[in-house]
Design a binder for this molecule. Structure first.
Ligand SMILES: Nc1ncnc2c1ncn2[C@@H]1O[C@H](COP(=O)(O)OP(=O)(O)O)[C@@H](O)[C@H]1O
Ligand SMILES: [Mg+2]
Length: 322
């Protein structure tokens, strides 16, 4: 599988502030590569360097076989961008937004018209083709922005938080579209702070925080490696939290404390730990669920992924028992 993007010790400083502080990663042809992290992690800065908007201030970055510092024009021709903020022309119709963009790429009118109709159909926007963009819903605007990013049939599509701010239904619709684009062989780079989005779509991902990569790999592998299979969410009197952790220490790979809830990370089988919970007098309630990427982020940083946190987290990792 040829490498489409390769970053080595990639850095970006804004007036001395290191927004991206020396990261390495590779993106393979045909995959959906995710950049997951909270606000301010450096996600937009990374993708903006890939699409040759922000100049690199250190290290090297090659995209589609060209160095971004030497050959931005060659790269820009072959990639599509869906920026974090919608920047559609609100006064033009849905179709005109696509045609104008095609013009920037020097695509012949007849070709552009055909391609626009195909994209409108693919994204379920045909019925809205003549509407002013101002009048369509947020989810449709987002789909149109993705369609616009595809008008010149790029080899690589970059999506910066494609579903942020959308309702769950519109979000799922976009996920389906992205899945079918991937099936057609398009390489996707996606930034997100939604762990479910990353788990659903990404073959490989990096988890970023404060300009560095905390972890990388396939979502399922990361979860298994960092957390295990299951999480027991235990509601326990705060004064007995440490007693609880002590009683299951040999059965868990780590834990998180947040208020009166203790999250116990279980490598494989939770049966033994559950027996202990059932027998204990100070456990109020508990539930068993599958481990997810949010747990990974919590374990790595002691903070939640999506929101400002109150800092009332405490975490510790144990060496795996198996
Ligand atoms: N143009 C800019 N000038 C100065 N600082 C910036 C600029 N863009 C981003 N930053 C800072 O760089 C860090 C990373 O920002 P960004 O790449 O937008 O993160 P993310 O997309 O993960 O939210 C943040 O601390 C942000 O405030
Ligand atoms: Mg961003």
């Amino acid at each position: 599988m040829p490498v489409v993007v390769e970053a080595q010790n990639l850095q970006k400083s804004y007036n001395g502030f290191p927004a991206v502080a020396g990261i390495d990663f590779q993106i393979q042809n045909g995959q959906c590569f995710g950049i997951l992290g909270p606000n301010g992690a450096g996600k937009t800065t990374v993708v903006a360097m890939i699409y040759c908007f922000h100049p690199v201030t250190g290290g090297t970055l090659s995209v589609l076989g060209h160095d971004v510092s030497e050959d931005a024009r060659a790269i820009k021709k072959r990639l599509g961008v869906v920026p974090q903020e919608n920047n559609l022309d609100l006064e033009l119709s849905v179709r005109e937004n696509l045609l104008i963009y095609a013009g920037y790429y020097g695509i012949k009118r007849a070709v552009a018209e055909k391609r626009a109709e195909e994209l409108l159909y693919f994204f379920g926007l045909s019925a809205k083709a003549d509407q002013e963009v101002d009048k369509i819903s947020g989810g449709m605007k987002r789909r149109l922005t993705i369609a616009r990013g595809l008008i010149h049939a790029p080899d690589l599509l970059i999506l910066d938080e494609p579903t942020t701010g959308l309702d769950p239904q519109s979000r799922r619709l976009i996920w389906e579209h992205l899945r079918s684009l991937k099936k057609k062989g398009l390489t996707l780079i996606l930034t997100t702070h939604y762990l479910e989005e990353a788990s659903q779509l990404c073959d490989d991902l990096i988890i970023m925080d404060k300009g560095v990569i905390l972890e990388e790999g396939k979502p399922a592998d990361l979860i298994k490696k960092q957390v295990g299979t299951k999480v027991l969410e235990v509601d326990v009197e705060p004064a007995r939290r440490n007693t609880l952790v002590g009683s299951v220490e040999h059965l868990i790979s780590g834990y998180q404390l947040a208020g009166s809830t203790v999250y116990l990370f279980v490598p494989e089988d939770e049966t033994e730990a559950v027996k202990i919970l059932n027998a204990s007098s100070y456990v109020n309630t508990y539930q068993v669920r599958l481990a997810n990427l949010e747990d990974v982020f919590l374990k790595l940083t002691g903070r939640g992924l999506s929101y400002e946190e109150d800092g009332d987290y405490e975490s510790r990792s144990y060496a795996k028992t198996s």
